[in-house]
Design a protein around this ligand. Structure first.
Ligand code: 5GP
Ligand code: ZN
Length: 114
């Protein structure tokens, strides 16, 4: 996707601090962190959001959650606790149209979210 910010991050066209990368996904520090640990995890393949993931593509979702757990362990928030969330569509609060999962931790998180 030509004008997608996250596709540009994948192609190293926009600088960011990558904390995890494999052949399917990358994880990088959010530019506007909402918690002491705020990592954005994205598939390298572009999907607009969760609505665009078909059943036969479900494996990538499981992979992202396993990667989230590994990053949480590496950043030392696995024991204290953390949240993994994807915002989908306007009312879900999605601002970047490339599916992404927020890994948040390092402070007490509120529930329900606003
Ligand atoms: P959303 O609001 O769509 O759920 O989350 C998008 C996230 O991407 C936001 O938390 C925002 O701060 C982050 N973000 C947007 N543009 C950039 C960027 O260019 N670099 C980084 N590292 N994060 C970004
Ligand atoms: Zn994209």
């Amino acid at each position: 996707m030509k004008d997608c910010i996250f596709c540009k991050i994948i192609k190293n066209q926009i600088p960011c601090e990558i904390v995890y990368e494999d052949d399917k996904v990358i994880g990088f520090k959010d530019i506007s962190p909402q918690a002491p640990v705020h990592i954005v995890i994205i598939p390298k393949e572009h999907f607009d959001n969760l609505n665009c993931i078909k059943e036969e593509q479900e494996e990538i979702l499981g992979h992202i959650f396993i990667v989230a757990k590994k990053i949480a362990q590496a950043l030392d928030i696995a024991e204290s606790g953390y949240r993994v969330v994807t915002n989908c569509g306007e009312q879900g609060g999605q601002s970047v149209e490339h599916i992404h999962f927020h890994l948040l931790g390092g402070r007490m998180l509120q529930w329900p979210p606003g």
